[in-house]
Design a protein around this ligand. Structure first.
Ligand code: ZN
Length: 107
C-alpha cells in the first residue's frame, strides 16, 4: 500500500496547527489540517476529540515532517519574545524555533 495519510501531531490550538501546516507546506510536504475550526462541533464531542490534527498526505514525507516537527519544538528562543525572520521578514511566535513561512532556523 505505500502511500497513506498519516497523523503527525494534535494541537490544542488551531493557530499552532496552522503554523505547523504552513511550515511543512513551505518544505513541499502536503498536509491536511482536520478540526482547524472548532466552532461547529463544540458541545457534541469531548474537548480533546476536536483538537486540530495535522496530517501528512504522503507517508513517504513522514520522516522529514517528523524531523521538522521536532525542530519546531526543540529550542524556543531564550527571550520568550516573538521574533522576526531575517530571511523573509515574517513574525514568529517565541515557541517556534523555525520560521513558519520559510522554514529557516531562528538566528
Ligand atoms: Zn522566514
Amino acid at each position: 500500500m505505500g502511500q497513506a495519510l498519516k497523523l503527525l501531531y494534535t494541537y490544542p490550538d488551531p493557530i499552532q496547527a496552522g503554523l505547523l501546516s504552513s511550515l511543512l507546506e513551505s518544505r513541499g510536504i502536503a498536509t491536511l489540517v482536520r478540526h482547524q475550526y472548532l466552532s461547529g462541533a463544540v458541545g457534541e464531542l469531548p474537548p480533546d476529540a476536536i483538537w486540530p490534527e495535522v496530517w501528512v498526505l504522503h507517508e513517504s514525507d513522514l520522516p522529514e515532517a517528523t524531523q521538522l516537527l521536532a525542530q519546531l519544538h526543540a529550542t524556543p528562543t531564550a527571550t520568550g519574545e516573538p521574533w522576526r525572520c531575517p530571511h523573509c521578514g515574517e513574525m514568529n511566535e517565541a515557541q517556534f524555533a523555525l520560521c513558519w513561512a520559510c522554514g529557516r532556523e531562528t538566528p
